[in-house]
Design a protein around this ligand. Structure first.
Ligand SMILES: Nc1ncnc2c1ncn2[C@@H]1O[C@H](COP(=O)(O)OP(=O)(O)OP(=O)(O)O)[C@@H](O)[C@H]1O
Ligand SMILES: [Mg+2]
Length: 159
């Protein structure tokens, strides 16, 4: 599922559809793609739509941000600032965050793809090669649960 986004406003709309598709079962989401393409912004909007009041900051200076929402606990990892050594020390911990009943986002998942569960909902965010104002969000699902989510999300997006 591929969606072209032309502005922050459109990113926000997409995030709303994503948030509306989630359930209390949560979801394990990995984000990859171009530098500065809009991964953090997208996650930030989703967290806001889930009713989190506290300011949603970029986790770039910390590895993990944690939020409580009415739906379920939310964890937002950013692996960009982790060096190899640091990465190894949290990889086993990452698996813990793929359990049902929590919503986990892992930004810069390419740094740990060998180690994290493969059945995540994958989001790849890229710049359009002809227009830097256009960002392309590509969503892919590997298992029943994430496919079901994508169906619902697809429906929300086109509502
Ligand atoms: N769809 C969009 N249209 C225009 N500007 C955007 C869009 N999405 C994000 N931006 C802007 O681009 C900048 C980078 O966004 P963001 O930090 O979300 O990207 P990122 O992919 O998380 O970056 P990094 O690779 O550093 O983690 C921000 O200033 C943000 O406001
Ligand atoms: Mg980011």
């Amino acid at each position: 599922m591929k969606i072209k986004v032309k502005s922050l406003e459109e990113t926000k709309k997409l995030a709303k559809a994503f948030a509306n598709s989630l359930s209390k079962e949560g979801l394990f989401v990995t984000l990859t793609g171009d530098i500065g393409a809009g991964k953090t912004q997208f996650v930030r909007y989703i967290i806001e739509f889930l009713g989190v009041q506290e300011k949603v900051t970029s986790p770039s200076f910390v590895i993990l941000n944690e939020y409580n929402s009415k739906l379920c606990p939310i964890y937002h990892f950013d692996l960009y600032r982790l060096e190899q050594k640091g990465l190894k020390s949290i990889v086993s911990e990452l698996r813990e965050y793929s359990k049902t009943g929590m919503l986990t986002f892992i930004e810069w998942a390419e740094f740990a793809f060998d180690e994290i569960p493969h059945d995540s909902l994958k989001i790849n965010v890229m710049y359009d090669e002809n227009d830097v104002d256009i960002r392309i969000f590509e969503f892919s699902a590997q298992n029943e649960e994430t496919k079901k989510f994508l169906d619902k999300f697809n429906h929300e997006v086109h509502k």
